[in-house]
Design a protein around this ligand. Sequence first.
Ligand SMILES: Nc1nc2c(ncn2[C@@H]2O[C@H](COP(=O)(O)OP(=O)(O)OP(=O)(O)O)[C@@H](O)[C@H]2O)c(=O)[nH]1
Ligand SMILES: [Mg+2]
Length: 699
Amino acid sequence: MKVYDAPGIRNVAIVGHGGCGKTSLASALLFNGGAVNRLGRVEDGTTVTDFDPDEIERQISLQTAVAWAEWKKTKINLLDAPGYANFVAEARAALRVADAALVVVDAVAAIEVQTEKVWGYAEEYGLARLVVVNRMDRENASFERALESIHGSFGRTAVPIAIPVGEAKSFRGVVDLVREKALIWGEDASGKFETTDIPEAQKEAASSWREQLVEMVAESNEELMEEFFEKGTLPQEDLVKGLRQAVSAGKISPVIPASAALNAGTHVVLDAIVDLLPSPADRPPAAGTRPDSKDEVTREAANDAPLSAFVFKTMIDPHAGRITVFRVYSGTLKSDSAVHNTTRDSAERVGSLFLLRGKGQEQVAEARAGDIVAVAKLKDTQTGDTLADKGEPIVYPGMDLPEPATTFAIQPKTRGDEDKIGSAFQRLQEEDPVLRVTRDPQTHEMLLSGMGQLHIEVVVGRLRKRYKVEVDLKKPKIPYRETIKGSAEGHGRHKKQTGGHGQFGDCRIRMKPLARGEDFRFVDKIFGGSIPKTFIPAVEKGIQEARMKGFVAGYPMVDFEVELYDGQYHDVDSSEMSFKVAGSLAYKDAVAKCRPTLLEPIMGVEIAVPDEFAGSVMGDLSSRRGRPQGMEPKGHLQIVKAQVPLAEMLSYDAELTSMTGGRGSYHMEMDHYDEVPGHLQEKVVASAKAEREGVTEEE
Ligand SMILES: Nc1nc2c(ncn2[C@@H]2O[C@H](COP(=O)(O)OP(=O)(O)OP(=O)(O)O)[C@@H](O)[C@H]2O)c(=O)[nH]1
Ligand SMILES: [Mg+2]
């Protein structure tokens, strides 16, 4: 197996909105690069990068898959990321270790919600971006419209380096604006093409786009600018060199039209990856910290530098066990050697290294700086960890994972499966670190949090198929809170005389509301020692414990201040316990007079839907007690913004899908807590009471 050095490697994350054709494009690129001998299709379940049975069944990508091909003596590592919002963490992980993003845009829908999201991530990581306008063969495909949409969202730095020959049914090829040639493909998806002169019909457009390209390249660099002014154009060589620099610097994002299904335009994409995208050696040194001093250190992508690698993916293989996938940032890692996990400060023994092509594995003797490889059976290493030389340690920042958006309560169908669930989730979380399993200390519900209903369903499916555990999903209980609307004073006196010495504590408090989100404040206003200093923390503790049990319906009481201003004590009988009890009594006394009420979480919701659904989505939101916050057009989509109580959004994922035929997507974030309307409070109180008494509400 040939081993590649950094300048001969391109690490490219393929990202974009769900279903725009990333996996199909990866399939075509791999086929053209000779990595596979047939063009895999998503419909047939034969692509390299959607190999998981769930992916094949659902015909969508669920995780980032790695596969490589050689093109012009360069090793291209493709990271095919899922596009659905539920799996955006996978796209983030792919971009984290890539040197460039290949942003796929649908030629009909153009820029969509997730396109903007991943573009933003690529920008954040300082990655070069290559844009492919895919599905040019589809009805209503329009390169011009797509480009307008791209410009609208990302600005003029997106510049075509190729334009289509024909569109929709008549899409046959592209004009390469740099080489000034047309490439015409057959309709058999064989990848065979003819190189011709620019067809008459495209001549004018081609020359005007080429002019723009040349100007953009000239503008990106002072020397080129001078040359351009002198000669009125740029020599071919300088154009390619200048373009490459501008792309690496993120000043230009080249755009190419293509059809993955017809395998047309795809060779131009491969050329662009090799000729225009940066290699690991072109990128700034990777920055991390020394584990001991926390000083910043960097590593160059050099084979003789100290070893450093970052783990961005873990797979659990039924046979091989844990497979760790990582990018080597510096140095050379040999098969059968020792490394140090600097994140966990533990030694790891590396067995055979291998390259991944979807699920396929090929052994390699070593991995050099810049490459992406995998190894089986590491002991402690998890996604997000750094592997390095023990003597020259560095720790890279861990994964920056999104917060899960949806939570379900889960219950095993078979009693006694709880333990099995625990260990199964541990394994599932290794592969999918966004997943969160918690137990609510208050409700004792086991909560499974993920990015959305689809994500949770996939996880529950894996639980069943791989670990033979069946669970029921239920809506989780809403984390209501309580607060007060008025101010009052309260008095708590705890006095008990039992046999020997008794218990005595007495305190007086003032209670008043605080602004939303301020939680709780305790103010000590005791002067003159009416309560000795040593007992004051006990009063606060008593109030803290009491407020966690609420008042109205048993939810934590928040956003209020307690001022302790007076009290009494007894030399012998006073103790911490007595003052704790006195504090809780004073709390209850005051709260009752402060007009206590219920608060519910209100979510900031952003829903992206095609125009025709905007009205009905808006209407539906108001039936969910939503407060509209406006609507913004974005390409062919409307972004509907609203604030909606969480209680009304528990199964929104599924409902939006059915309302829009799967074309809507949404995102919600906790925004603030707000008072539950009076007429709904009774219901919440009643069901909280029923719950406490052990009656479970049937949905
Ligand atoms: N007509 C046409 N269909 C395409 C093209 N590329 C992909 N498709 C189809 O579009 C659908 C989605 O393709 P995928 O390759 O799975 O898209 P994806 O972007 O990988 O999807 P996710 O990973 O789930 O986000 C499949 O039915 C493909 O056959 C294309 O160039 N032309
Ligand atoms: Mg895909």
